[in-house]
Structure formats: structure tokens, C-alpha cells
Design a protein around this ligand. Structure first.
Ligand code: PLP
Length: 377
């Protein structure tokens, strides 16, 4: 019989519910709403804050897609990320990129000051900066690639090697790339983190997070599992059920959105009203080489561009767009636009004329026409 790991991702995701033994003949798993279990029935789940059978199919699928040994669902991406970083004790050190999800970057700064943890911030795509930062001991290294919102890539293999020599474990926020395009654990990372709110679920109707580990016997994994249970950072069973349903179409959605994003990026690149386009598929030199090495099957659904004429003009473009909705988030079936500097506030550091697009699965021609009309003014 063929082993589950021999199947391709399209098969694994489409049949995910069926691969997981449900104990009945339904083609989708049952929804387990019980928060507590009768102990007289012997071993099994005890209480939902520790574990619920509804988490298992999505956790197993994600662990398989990421080539990890175990996965854990959390109540949000932030809950997953902060559970790992909370493992740092006073006097320890984390090396993190200057460009990372802005709310996590802000949380990390205040957490580090409060806990007495040292943060060394590096420019994500400059390997020399990682090299200098990892010349001395560290406990954690955080990578987000492609990084939000300028889509700089970090070389996971190279940074993991440096990190391990410095005694640090490597966590990769793989939200933007998804396991369809990049599998960080195969490149040397120790943990993968996801905002499952984004492409994994893909339908803008579930807030969820996830961690995937290479070595389920590690002390860090035990810490994260205890943190999830003790802080109650668990997902509701219905959200876990919906997440599995979303993931069953993940490869189709990611490939379609990546293909459209590449076409939209090409369109914007030649448009006279566009100053600059940020997309891994359009990157130059070393970043281009890295994109080809590290991302397989596409460059993702996220891109940013600068509008000629400044922030006010960019704001007008957002208003003139009809298909692209002015909303935060990414990785959904519907396309979104955001003027990130205005969302992030005065400390953002991003140019006010920068618009970030999350490309959905609409007909690409319709998206291009929407942009063409909005940029016409
Ligand atoms: N990581 C990335 C790259 C994100 O874009 C986000 C949310 O936008 C998060 C983490 C946080 O995830 P959540 O909103 O599910 O808490």
C-alpha cells in the first residue's frame, strides 16, 4: 500500500479528512464540541484546553505538508508566535528581522524590555548582518520570508546554519509562502509558525495560528504545548473544522493566486503611474537567485508597489478600486489592498505611497482592469 507521505500535496489536501480515521463512514470528520470527557472510558482526551479530537486532522495535515513531526493549532497567529518567544528567559537573546509582521515586532520590543531579553535586529536580506549577529550565543532566531510588506527574502539554509552554530533554534513565519511554496523545516529550521487566518484557511472566516516542529521531543516543543494549554490559547473546535476544510483546497488557491500575482506585478512594473514594484518574482540578482532556490511553484500572493504622486494619490487609488477591498489581512480568496503606512501609524517607516496587494483567486484579467482604471487619473 502507498504510504501517505508518498502522495503529492494535491492528494494529501483533497483527501485530508479521509486520511484521518474518523471512526465512522463520513467523508468529513465529525465536529467534537465536548469540552470534557468521561474518564471511566479509559485513555483519551480529557479536557479541550489540552487537546480536542477536532484539532487532529488539521494538525496532522499541516505537519505532513511542512515535513514536520507534529503541529499544534492556536487561537491566532499571534498566540502561536508569542508562545514560542515567551520561552526566552531574562538575559537570553533573540535575533529578529527589522522587517517582520508589525504587530509581532511591536510586541517583541515591549516583551523584551519587560522580560530583560536582548533583541538583535537585522536587515532580513543582508546575510552579513546575520553573520555578525550570530557570532555570539543566542537562543532564538526569527525569520519571516518573504517579509511583510516589502517581500524581502531571507536565506533559510544559510541563516539556520549560522544560528545552530550560535546555539539558537530557528523559527520561520511561513504565513506568506505557505508550505506549498517553501518548506523551512527541510531547509534547516526547527519550527514553523503560521497565521492560519491567512492562506491556510483562505476564506477570511477563521482566526487561527499554528506551530509545526521538526523534533517533537525538544524542550521548546514541550514548553509551547504547556503554554497553549495553560494560557488557553487553543482554537475552538468549529474553527479547527473550518480550517481543515479551507486547507483541502490550499494548493489550488496558492498556485492560482501566485500566478495572478506574478501577472499583476508585471502589469504594474510597466505602468507609468508606478514608481517601484516589490515581488519576489521580479527581484534582481541575489534575491532572484534565492527566490528560485527557496520558493518552488510560485512566489506567493502578496506584492507591494509605490504610486507615483505620493500618499494622497495612493489613497485615491485605494478608493477608486472596486474589486480590491480596502481591508487588512492576506491570503484569502478575495483580493485586498492596504496603504500600510497609514494602518501601522507614525512609527511605520514605510513610504506613504506604498500599497500592498493580496491577490485572490478572481479572474486575473478583471483584477488588472480594476487596477488600470484606478491608476488612470
Ligand atoms: N504573521 C504574519 C506574516 C501575519 O501577516 C500576521 C497577521 O497579519 C500574523 C503573523 C499574526 O497572525 P494573526 O492575525 O492570525 O494573529
Amino acid at each position: 500500500m502507498t504510504k501517505k507521505t508518498d502522495f503529492q500535496v494535491e492528494t494529501l489536501t483533497a483527501q485530508a479528512a479521509g486520511f484521518h480515521r474518523t471512526g465512522h463512514s463520513g467523508l468529513v470528520p465529525s465536529l467534537e464540541l465536548a469540552t470534557t470527557y468521561d474518564r471511566s472510558h479509559g485513555p483519551g482526551p480529557v479536557y479541550t484546553r489540552d487537546q480536542n479530537p477536532s484539532y487532529l486532522p488539521a494538525e496532522e495535515l499541516l505537519a505532513t505538508l511542512e515535513h514536520g513531526s507534529q503541529a499544534m493549532l492556536f487561537s491566532s497567529g499571534m498566540a502561536a508566535a508569542t508562545s514560542v518567544i515567551e520561552s526566552l528567559e531574562s538575559g537570553q537573546r533573540i535575533v529578529a528581522p527589522k522587517a517582520m509582521y508589525w504587530a509581532l515586532r511591536r510586541w517583541l520590543s515591549t516583551f523584551a524590555a519587560r522580560r530583560g531579553v536582548e533583541v538583535t535586529w537585522v536587515t532580513p536580506h543582508v546575510i552579513d548582518e546575520w553573520q555578525v549577529a550570530l557570532r555570539r550565543e543566542a537562543q532564538l532566531v526569527w525569520i519571516e520570508t518573504p517579509a511583510n510588506p516589502l517581500l524581502e527574502l531571507t536565506d533559510i539554509s544559510a541563516v539556520s546554519e549560522l544560528a545552530h552554530r550560535a546555539g539558537a533554534q530557528v523559527v520561520v513565519d511561513n504565513t506568506t509562502a505557505t508550505p506549498i511554496l517553501t518548506q523551512p523545516l527541510r531547509l534547516g529550521a526547527d519550527l514553523v509558525m503560521h497565521s492560519a487566518t491567512k492562506s491556510l484557511n483562505g476564506h477570511s472566516d477563521v482566526l487561527a495560528g499554528a506551530l509545526v516542529v521538526k523534533d517533537a521531543g525538544s524542550a521548546l516543543w514541550a514548553y509551547c504545548r504547556a503554554e497553549r494549554a495553560m494560557r488557553g490559547a487553543v482554537l475552538g473546535p468549529f474553527e479547527a473544522w473550518l480550517l481543515l476544510r479551507g486547507m483541502r483546497t490550499l494548493p489550488l488557491r496558492v498556485r492560482q493566486a501566485s500566478q495572478s500575482a506574478a501577472e499583476v506585478a508585471q502589469f504594474l512594473k510597466q505602468h507609468p503611474s508606478v514608481l517601484e514594484v516589490f515581488y519576489p518574482g521580479l527581484a534582481m540578482a541575489e534575491q532572484r537567485e534565492l527566490a528560485n532556490k527557496q520558493m518552488c511553484g510560485g512566489f506567493g500572493s502578496l506584492l507591494s508597489f509605490r504610486v507615483r504622486g505620493g500618499g494622497e494619490r495612493a489613497a485615491r487609488v485605494v478608493k477608486r478600486l472596486e474589486l480590491f477591498r480596502d481591508a487588512t489581512s492576506l491570503g484569502g480568496v478575495e483580493s485586498l489592498v492596504e496603504q500600510r503606512a497609514r494602518v501601522e501609524g507614525p512609527a511605520s517607516g514605510l513610504p506613504d505611497d506604498l500599497l500592498r496587494l493580496s491577490i485572490g483567486i478572481e479572474a486575473c484579467g478583471d483584477l488588472v482592469i480594476d487596477l488600470m482604471i484606478a491608476l488612470e487619473e
